[in-house]
Design a binder for this molecule. Structure first.
Ligand SMILES: [Fe+2]
Length: 323
């Protein structure tokens, strides 16, 4: 069926009349001729987009050279985007747009674990058993990750599917590492009967978001640093509860406040502690390693403990179509 954009028929002007367009009436005219559609949600979104974009241009008095620089920048962001390098998502991340979308969509219930940004490095992962290691030999310093999954009433949530991913000790995700041709430092596993889980990985480190492209130029322009505070990502799913996308952040990282993608939150920061409890290591199948502590060789492992609280399933939210 022919649409208006390719039809030879007389187009529907939606009541709009030809008039001299000015800085004052142009916006409403663009909204009017963009509103001749039946989809109320699309109509609402684009009316707001046009209104706010035009207001932004009027308020900042955008000059022609600045407008040219803007579209040239967006062209470069588009050119730099491909399945292994999500420059467009990165732009959304560093402008705080992804964090805002996350906050609005997480439908936080008081008492449940806070959400955090998904980020661009989620990928398919193998299924593991509790006590397995998600990390290949030499990927970094061993870290035991353990805790429980519970609901808001304190009941254990058994068979919750935990999907986790993290950098190796060099600050790279497997998909960024040319030496890796499969999943590493990522895995899925289920909580047990009592809601508990334990898995072995490596201590994550601060790592930079990709800054050798146009978004890096933008960060430089804004005098911002590119390193994310060390963290480990979690997606936790169970049919009876709201899905949770979150991350745990290393309290020792000096970059928690400067997170370039605004994912770090107080309730999601944890101490990663050095443990020399070899009984605990044995019980959780954790492989201790030797590390210098105060000039002495000590045998132990890193320990990250956190309990996750899932919110009950909520009714499907209606999408706004008007103020
Ligand atoms: Fe990350």
């Amino acid at each position: 069926m022919a649409t208006q954009s390719n039809s030879q028929q007389k187009p529907d002007t939606n009541g709009a009349k030809l008039e001299d367009l000015t800085a004052d009436n142009l916006t409403q005219h663009v909204i009017n001729i963009s509103s001749n559609i039946n989809n109320e949600r699309v109509k609402f979104i684009f009316s707001k987009l046009i209104q706010h974009a035009h207001d932004f241009i009027r308020e900042t008095d955008i000059q022609r050279d600045e407008w040219e620089a803007s579209w040239q920048f967006l062209t470069e962001v588009g050119k730099a985007s491909h399945p292994d390098r999500q420059e467009m998502i990165l732009l959304s991340d560093v402008l705080g747009i992804s964090a805002l979308v996350d906050i609005i969509n997480s439908r936080q219930t008081p008492g449940s674990t806070e959400s955090s940004v998904l980020g661009p490095f989620h990928n398919e992962a193998h299924l593991f058993e509790n006590g397995d290691s998600i990390s290949s030999n030499g990927a970094g310093e061993t870290m035991l990750i353990r805790g429980t999954v519970r609901d808001l009433r304190g009941n254990p949530v058994k068979a919750a599917l935990l999907d986790i991913w993290e950098t190796n000790g060099n600050g790279k995700y497997d998909m960024q590492d040319p030496e890796k041709d499969g999943p590493d430092c990522r895995g899925k596993f289920y909580s047990g009967e009592d809601g508990s889980f334990y898995i072995n990985g490596v201590r994550p480190v601060d790592y930079p978001v990709p800054y050798d492209g146009p978004v890096g130029v933008l960060l430089d322009l804004l005098n911002r640093q590119a390193y994310r505070p060390a963290h480990i990502h979690f997606v936790i799913a169970h049919p009876s509860y709201e899905p949770l996308t979150t991350a745990l952040y290393d309290r020792e990282s000096p970059r928690l406040v400067l997170d370039p993608v605004f994912g770090a939150k107080t309730s999601l920061t944890e101490d990663i502690v050095w443990s020399e409890d070899l009984e605990m290591a044995k019980k959780h199948n954790t492989k201790p390693f030797v590390r210098k502590v105060d000039g002495q060789d000590r045998t132990g492992f890193w320990l990250l403990e956190h309990d996750f609280i899932l919110a009950d399933r909520q009714a499907v939210k209606q999408r706004k179509t008007h103020d």
